[in-house]
Design a protein around this ligand. Structure first.
Ligand code: COA
Length: 471
């Protein structure tokens, strides 16, 4: 079957032969060991049995251990603080922010391979880390880059499906349509229809996930060029890594923009499992819907203004500040504008979070990028002013649990600086990055045999009666 990777099988066979043979063959053994080391699928295949055992043991020995109480507030309050999901690839601490397989963002910036020494992490490295829990070597990352290029061909039906929409359709609508059109090539669906044992579910999920990750930048840049650049498509440059090639296909080749895109794709990839897009994908995939169906569902959640669309809203809002008050805005004027926004019933986009209670480290690393590469950009200076002005005002409201900026408060001004100024498109960039985190977890969902998700719901009447009895 297509999804069985010949490399792993071949390398094992060759290695056995080589061990029995001459010194010349020993050299071949070394090469083939390296080939398996460089192959992400082989690495996963080795890892999965031990993680399956780990989960089995956890369930057998601790299945009845209580994780906390569920309150009525949690049930009617969007399940805040309710621990209810298994998500291996990342974990969010309210104060410290996200850790990808245990590594904070600064640690990822230090440890993951970069295009050049001291540069931003390559998203392929993050993908490797999320899937295996191990920091890859530069050679492993380069091999993965090549693999993603080799999987990146997008079938014609995808372009046709997108072109069937008016160019005025929101970029996220076009993106979800493109992902749904990619689904016709799902290996998981084909394999499942033929009949496949549960222990093998992860293999075609891996194939779909890697194909999806490889293809979404092509689809996303097609949409960008279609809407904003008169349909002039820029072909992929196979000499470039994932993030740089994405930026190139969008039409942005400034080396600093390539670095920004590597950082952007890395930090937006995953934010544990409970956020709307990640949770949606996990839920939909639990019905054994394939990765394309699951990811398209996630994108529809990402397109909401309280989630991924906030990055669009932030830049539009910042531009509206400049339009109304000019670029040399004073602190007092800015405070008035924030109050005006709040008094009109709107939220201040880019501030607040469902889980975080401090400044988002994804904001901080973007701020550091700006300080290094665009310190004099007027919109960056406005973003810095907002960092001073907004938190005290939100605190004054008395109800906002986290007055600090999140990831979306910063990304727009960076992209805008390098010419990517079309704010309505920004959530698509977020979506491309999310394909990495979401797909990594979906592979583990199937490898660990996680079941159909089906929490219990109740009515208000049920809650009232329960509380009466409990009183
Ligand atoms: C992210 C967000 C949806 C989290 O929601 P949450 O978990 O319900 O947040 P809280 O518990 O702090 O909300 C309590 C109240 O403060 C309000 N609040 C939270 N953040 C706010 C903000 N940035 N501006 C104005 N009001 C805000 C909420 O709307 C809510 O008001 P309500 O009780 O009248 O409905 C919320 O902070 C928000 O809307 N932020 C702006 C949009 C954004 O940046 N989204 C991207 C998130 S990564």
């Amino acid at each position: 079957m297509v999804f069985f990777r010949s490399v792993a099988v071949l390398s094992k066979l060759r290695s056995r032969l080589a061990q029995q043979s001459t010194s010349l063959a020993s050299a071949r053994w070394f090469q083939t060991q390296s080939a398996a080391d460089l192959d992400l699928h082989s690495q996963l295949k080795d890892l999965i049995p031990e993680q399956q055992e780990r989960l089995k043991k956890l369930k057998a020995e601790n299945g009845k251990v209580q994780l906390g109480n569920i309150t009525v507030d949690m049930v009617i309050g969007g399940m805040r603080g309710m621990t209810g999901l298994l998500w291996e690839t990342s974990l969010l601490d309210p104060d410290e922010g996200i850790r990808f397989r245990g590594l904070s963002i600064p640690e990822c910036q230090k440890l993951l391979p970069a295009a050049s020494p001291g540069g931003e992490p390559l998203p392929e490295g993050l993908l490797w880390l999320l899937l295996t829990g191990k920091v890859p070597s530069k050679e492993q990352v380069d091999a993965l880059s090549k693999e993603l290029h080799s999987r990146s061909k997008v079938p014609d039906n995808v372009y046709k499906a997108i072109n069937a929409l008016p160019a005025t359709a929101h970029p996220m609508t076009q993106f979800t349509t493109g992902v749904m059109a990619l689904q016709v090539e799902s290996e998981f669906q084909k394999a499942y229809d033929k009949g496949l044992s549960k222990s093998k579910f992860w293999e075609p999920t891996y194939e779909d996930s890697m194909n999806l990750i490889a293809r979404v930048p092509v689809v996303a840049s097609f949409i960008y060029r279609r809407i904003y650049k008169e349909g002039q498509i820029i072909p992929a440059d196979r000499s470039l890594d994932y993030g740089a090639n994405f930026s190139h296909m969008l039409g942005y080749d400034d080396p600093k923009m390539l670095e920004l895109m590597r950082l952007y794709v890395t930090i937006h990839s995953d934010h544990e499992g409970g956020n709307v897009s990640a949770h949606t994908a996990h839920l939909v995939a639990s019905a054994l819907s394939d990765p394309y169906l699951s990811f398209a569902a996630a994108l529809n959640g990402l397109a909401g203004p309280l989630h991924g669309l906030a990055n669009q809203e932030v830049l539009l809002w910042i531009k509206s500040v400049v339009e109304e008050c000019g670029e040399n805005i004073t602190t007092e004027q800015l405070k008035d504008y924030v109050w005006k926004t709040l008094n009109s019933g709107k939220v201040v986009p880019g501030y607040g979070h469902g889980v975080l209670r401090k400044t988002d480290p994804r904001y901080t690393c973007q701020r550091e990028f700006a300080l290094k590469h665009l310190p004099d950009d007027p919109l960056f200076q406005l973003v810095s002013m907002l960092y001073e002005v907004v938190p005290p005002i939100l605190t004054q409201l008395g109800k906002v649990k986290n007055p600090w900026p999140n990831v979306d408060a910063h990304s727009g001004v960076l992209l805008n600086h390098f010419g990517l100024s079309e704010a309505r498109y920004y959530t698509v960039l977020f979506g491309v990055s999310r394909s990495i985190g979401i797909s990594s977890q979906l592979i583990w969902d199937r490898a660990l045999g996680l079941p159909l998700e089906r929490p219990k719901s109740v009515t208000m009447e049920w809650l009232e009666n329960y509380c009466k009895k409990a009183a």
